[in-house]
Structures are given as C-alpha cells and as structure tokens.
Ligand binder design. Structure first.
Ligand SMILES: [Zn+2]
Ligand SMILES: [Zn+2]
Length: 89
C-alpha cells in the first residue's frame, strides 16, 4: 500500500487564517480574513477540491468567472472556498 491517503489533512495549518494566492492573477486572498463587524466587503474565493492541494488551485471571483467556474487543471467545477473550505467528506 503506497497510497498517500489523507496526506493533505493538515495542510490548512491552524484554522483561523488561511491565505492563498489566485492562480491566475496572483492576488492574495484570505479565506478566513473577514473580521466580524468589519466585513464590509466579503471576498469570495473559489477553488477546485481536486486540485487545491496539488496545484494550489484557488481563484479570485473575477477569474473564476472568466474560467466559467471550471478548473483549468482538471476541468472540474470550482467551488466556493470562502470563508472556510468545506471539510472533506
Ligand atoms: Zn485572480
Ligand atoms: Zn481541478
């Protein structure tokens, strides 16, 4: 058995502040950076559940839209990663 099962389980580090970079434009995106009370502008971050760990497939809302919400790596559907990525089922 050489399957790297559950290898990425801890890749989020400590929960509370996750910063990723848009794969297209390189802009910094905060997944959990919205502070309560000061969240005047909530930024939606999209990601590919399949490629997020492998390719850091995160996208800002504008680029996700330009990609028609399709992952450029696998062609799968992008999902909303903000404010927190959905736990793996
Ligand atoms: Zn972008
Ligand atoms: Zn993908």
């Amino acid at each position: 058995m050489t399957i790297g099962l559950l290898k990425g389980t801890n890749s989020w580090g400590h929960i509370g502040w996750v910063t990723v970079y848009c794969r297209v434009c390189g802009r910094r995106l905060s997944l959990t950076g919205q502070k309560p009370g000061a969240a005047r502008k909530v930024e939606v971050v999209y990601y590919c559940p399949k490629c997020a760990e492998k390719y850091e497939a995160y996208f800002c809302a504008a680029d996700a839209r330009a990609l028609k919400y399709r992952c450029p790596f696998c062609g799968g559907r992008l999902e909303i990663a903000s404010p927190l990525p959905a736990p793996q089922r």
